[in-house]
Design a protein around this ligand. Sequence first.
Ligand code: ATR
Length: 288
Amino acid sequence: MSTIAPAPRAFVIGWPITHSRSPLIHNYWLKTYGLPGSYERIPVRPEALAEFLDGFEKQGFVGGNVILPHKETAYALCAETTERGQTLRAVNTLWKSGGKLCGDNTDIIGFLASLDADVPNWAERCEKLVVLGAGGATRAILAALMSRCHARIILINRTLTRGEDLIAHAHTIAPKQVIELHDYSALPGCLAGADLLVNTTSLGMENQPPLTIDLAPLPDHALVADIVYVPLETELLKAARARGLKTSGGLGMLLHQAVFGFARWFGQTPVVTPELRALVTRDIVGAG
Ligand code: ATR
């Protein structure tokens, strides 16, 4: 007698969750590769997180993604996490192994894979880096940059105490890393001679104030990256492109971070294709 395994189900949980584009991405890959399974958006309130994570296998789920505000709590609830998850003390990708909850954080590799795809060889010239922000997303970006570049890093944030906390965390990963901290008044001097500028703040995102900074001090070879992907091209990236600088938008990080979860749950490493990028782009533009 043979038993037919049920098609794997994966989830994305958050609160709120309506804006997540992950179902579009994963269901596109399921269809493209002709794989059985589903990927579903599920709203989970913070107080219900532990119960959901404890029992998702019984509902037929093999694992899923966690978004705000659950990434740190999910990390704390995991029995096992990858080194990347431990580095960030936050997870975005979950699965079970032997009944135990396991977690990974694919933001670091997602960001690096996106930069690699947009600007191959970018890391060959990165000695002075400027990072805007000191929020949850900044942790992953700093860890990513420290893993690839031997660089002087300059962190710019409105609230200096948050910057100090972030630097303390970064030093637990790379104790010798030089990271300077300034507020926005120091930005022009910091941009002079910088190889890379990354925005990790929420400024420039739809329904948030714009990020208006003068890019004139950046050298002509500089790369400007933004992790915001709604809108697809932020005012920062538009200004960088107008100046003839290389740019990398936030959509690539979203698409590339999804690769690793999909491979784990559905058993096939998917490819970020121009067709997928166009599909998600249409969805974002259509919702605007
Ligand atoms: P997340 O965890 O998603 O990264 P967050 O923790 O709220 O979000 O961080 C948002 C980032 O955007 C922070 O660096 C924040 O600066 P502060 O630490 O000073 O709050 C930055 N940010 C948000 N609104 C801003 C504004 N109006 N001006 C300057 N920075 C802003």
